[in-house]
Design a protein around this ligand. Structure first.
Ligand SMILES: [Mg+2]
Length: 385
């Protein structure tokens, strides 16, 4: 069997964009993959254009060798664009190999270690009322883990974000939430690296102990030493890693005990091949995976197979819940996709990933790149979205 073609499908879907790829073989088996570099799909397509002549004609079953070739077969290796392209290719090759051997992808990774994959619900909110209402909807529907995503800045039309004003508000709202829902649900918060280390300290100090079970990405992650100093200031577990584009980026965070959950993104880190290595590094440090899953059904399916085959998994991210329907799993684009029952994903026994994509629909639409919001402080200076 040889790789015959690689096609790319950037699409606008739900509130965002996705880049789906298809690898075709001369045996008629096709594989689907996805890149995680949201907003920079055109750059990833460019990287795939570079990789196409390198892998056409190769045996798609030699996934590890192809990974090494794509990562190391250039002087300027690595980086998010290249690794997002490698991720998409690697996931599609796993889909092909599963279909060729007529086994689900988890069988290629050592087999199933769990009967289902438990999820946390992403909970976006712009007010205290919305936070409490959405949390109650989710808890009533059986969700036990809530990951809060504050978006209170959207209340002002100018998209001003003042960190000190945000932490004063959000700490009050989250404290109130905990009073209302009691001690049982697991509650974390994703500050989307909008804070500095001292702001993170202030935020966490404003809430009674036991309010939060983890905090995700309070600050930017380019400098592990900055996180290391923050680690010494606060006592809430960290969940870091969704932007990491290799096992090497995870290494200091895992080895130095900086993060307590690994937010591995299978569509950014280097595919299933690289995610399994991150999982093994994390396992050796008793760190559980909390896979990042903000895209669509291909990312979800790949993450489910990864989670099925790893012993150290906390929860998989889910953004389409009874409280919010961003529409990233639109069935007209994905006629076959993973099945969510309550807060659990059923592990598909279909050969390969268990996902199908409507290529004709994607080809019939014009793609418009989606930019993330630009947040400014009141003085006009730039801050992170
Ligand atoms: Mg996040």
């Amino acid at each position: 069997m040889k790789i015959k073609a690689i096609k790319t499908f950037p699409i606008n879907i739900g509130f965002g964009s996705q880049l789906v790829i298809k690898i075709e073989t001369d045996a008629g088996i096709v594989g689907w993959g996805a890149s995680g570099l949201s907003g920079r799909e055109l750059a990833v397509i460019g990287a795939i254009d570079h990789f196409r002549p390198i892998i056409i004609g190769k045996n798609p079953l030699q996934i590890g060798a192809i990974w090494q070739d794509l990562y190391r077969g250039q002087y300027f290796e690595g980086g998010r664009v290249l690794t997002a392209a490698i991720s998409a290719i690697d996931i599609a090759l796993h889909d092909i190999k599963g279909k060729f051997l007529e086994v689900p992808v988890y069988e290629l990774l050592g087999g199933k270690q769990r009967n289902y994959v438990d999820c946390f619900a992403s909970l976006r909110f712009t007010s205290e009322e919305e936070l409490i209402h959405r949390a109650q909807v989710l808890i009533k529907e059986g969700w036990k883990v809530l990951r809060l995503a504050p978006a209170e800045y959207e209340e002002n039309s100018t998209m001003v974000f003042e960190p000190r004003e945000s932490i004063a508000k959000i700490s009050k709202w989250v404290t109130k939430l905990r009073e209302v829902i009691g001690p049982d649900p697991v509650v974390g918060i994703d500050y989307h690296h909008r804070l500095s280390a001292p702001e993170t300290y202030s935020f966490l100090s404003k809430m009674p102990k036991g309010t939060l079970d983890f905090i995700e990405e309070p600050i930017r992650d380019e400098t592990p030493e900055a996180y290391e100093s923050l680690r010494k200031m606060v006592d809430i577990p960290f969940a870091i890693g969704e932007e990491f584009a290799s096992k090497w980026q995870f290494l200091p965070y895992i080895e130095r005990g900086i993060t307590q959950f690994a937010r591995v993104d299978v569509c950014n880190v280097g595919g299933i091949t690289e995610a399994m290595k991150v999982a093994a590094m994390a396992e050796a440090h008793y760190i559980d995976l909390m896979p990042h899953n903000p895209l669509g059904p291909i990312c979800t399916a790949a993450s489910i197979h990864l989670a099925a085959a790893c012993p150290n998994v906390a929860w998989l991210e889910e953004i389409n819940t009874p409280a919010e329907q961003p529409g990233t799993n639109d069935k007209t684009f994905y006629p076959m996709q993973p099945r969510l029952e309550g807060s659990k994903y059923i592990i598909s026994d279909e050969p390969g990933l268990g996902v199908d994509f409507n290529e004709a629909l994607a080809a019939s639409k014009t793609f418009v790149p989606v930019e993330t919001p630009r947040l400014k402080k009141r003085d006009g200076s730039y801050t992170n979205w």
